[in-house]
Design a protein. Structure first.
Length: 190
């Protein structure tokens, strides 16, 4: 066990004793409300007994505090995700998945430019969801315009192209997976 973990565990007993005394609760009263014996509570507070979930969960309920507050858990590290955007032909692509293979997720920002569609084909399956702006999707003979909140999914072996309508930038989420791996969205019928 790391020294940091040992220090956190060693501080649990005194923290429990302080919390009990601050609330004016006796060991007998706490034993009655938690179902934990007085001797076990005493040994836990003095550090003679190692804290475990079986003991800490009823104590957290009795004191009405989160478990991490009860044990003085160390703060969680920085929750921010550090994404590295890629620029290709003016398009900003932000990979949202970090593992190779399987389903890949991307956030894309396509600038306000009107381009002549250059249809491509490749193995895979793609799902697009428009966050803002309007997306032009050319899929074989179909020329579609998707607005925010709309989604499209297609087999990438079909000739396809997507980009801005030319009126404004478009921001979208893209999920791309290997052939035959499809995304299924469940929605309530209207």
């Amino acid at each position: 066990m790391a020294n940091d973990d040992a220090a956190v565990l060693a501080a649990v007993g005194p923290r429990l004793r302080e919390l009990r005394k601050k609330r004016g609760i006796t060991l007998a009263g706490l034993a009655q409300s938690t179902g934990i014996s007085v001797s076990t509570l005493s040994r836990l507070e003095s550090g003679e007994r190692r804290p475990n979930l079986e003991l800490l969960l009823p104590l957290a309920r009795a004191y009405r505090v989160p478990l991490d507050e009860l044990v003085g858990a160390p703060p969680v590290g920085d929750p921010r995700v550090r994404l590295k955007p890629i620029k290709r032909a003016g398009v900003t692509i932000v990979p949202l998945t970090q593992h190779p293979g399987g389903l890949q997720a991307f956030k894309m920002v396509i600038p306000r430019t009107r381009r002549v569609p250059d249809l491509r084909t490749h193995e895979g399956y793609e799902w697009l969801y428009v966050l803002s702006g309007r997306l032009r999707l050319v899929l074989a003979e179909r020329d579609l315009e998707l607005k925010p909140g709309e989604a499209a999914e297609f087999d990438t072996r079909l000739p396809h192209w997507f980009g801005s309508t030319g009126e404004e930038a478009v921001e979208l989420l893209s999920l791309f997976g290997p052939q035959s791996e499809r995304v299924h969205v469940r929605a309530k019928p209207r």
